[in-house]
Design a protein around this ligand. Structure first.
Ligand code: GTP
Ligand code: MG
Length: 237
């Protein structure tokens, strides 16, 4: 069993299933408190999830530099090192690093602790970069308005059907590293079909954190989510 979150508990005994249910219920209560906090301060919180190395921090570095309609703050999640938070600070935004040790995901309690350290201003945009992992972060609500899943064009078109929980939980799919497309035989249409098979409401934006191509669509999408963040709380999630 994955000791940290019990993500494969169903394959084991019923006691483990019970422990996992309690764990997720406790997390959901804390996530609801985070969501209420975000609503009261009109903060848009987005949870960025992907496999390691797909470009989450690179996208955030460019986003921090380009998104000027609201203050931007970042929570960085990695098992070890403070490297990603340092990159974000160098790009110009306040950032807090969470190290999960052996843990495979961020949870709502960790995010609450980081929020009290960051104290994000009202009407800011809070990006949470989750631990690079396409499995466990799908199950843990952090109180965010939306999960954004990032896949880079070097990862293969079939990932959504192989990791359906993550692609089902996300509202937006950023397809990163499109500057590499001329060098690959990656099939964009096949990737979209794979994602739509598990989540028919999925929205896609292709971009490159390297060249900046596609960023205008991403920045517009963020802007359009701002009122949704406030509405999500009134509707209870
Ligand atoms: N060619 C190309 N390379 C990119 C792009 N975005 C990121 N990279 C490279 O991909 C590698 C990983 O980028 P990161 O931003 O660290 O990825 P990450 O998802 O934050 O990684 P973890 O935090 O370790 O999960 C780095 O070498 C980046 O320079 C892109 O759009 N095009
Ligand atoms: Mg990173």
């Amino acid at each position: 069993m994955c000791v940290d979150c019990g993500c494969d508990a169903e394959r084991h005994d019923s006691r483990r299933v019970e422990v996992r249910r309690d764990l997720l219920a406790a997390n959901d209560r804390l996530a609801a408190a985070n969501r209420l906090y975000f609503a009261e301060k009109a903060i848009l919180a987005l949870n960025l999830v992907s496999s390691p190395g797909s470009g989450k921090t690179s996208i955030l570095e460019r986003t921090v530099a380009a998104f000027d309609s609201r203050p931007v703050v970042v929570i960085e999640g990695d098992q070890q090192t403070g490297r990603d938070a340092e990159r974000i600070k160098a790009a110009g935004a306040a950032a807090v690093q969470i190290n999960t040790g052996s843990g495979c995901h961020l949870d709502a309690r960790m995010v609450a602790a980081a929020i009290s350290e960051l104290d994000p201003p009202a009407q800011s945009c809070l990006f949470i970069e989750n631990v690079g992992n396409l499995v466990c972060p799908a199950m843990f609500d952090l109180g965010e308005a939306a999960k954004v899943v990032i896949i880079s064009v070097t990862e293969g078109e079939d990932k959504p059907e192989k990791y359906p929980y993550m692609f089902r939980a996300a509202s937006l799919c950023l397809i990163n590293k499109i500057d590499l497309l001329p060098h690959l035989d990656f099939d964009l249409a096949a990737l979209k079909a794979s994602a739509l098979a598990v989540n028919p409401a999925m929205i896609f934006i292709g971009l490159s954190a390297r060249s900046g191509e596609g960023f205008s669509g991403w920045l517009e999408w963020i802007e359009a989510q701002c009122p949704v963040a406030a509405k999500a709380v009134r509707q209870g999630g």
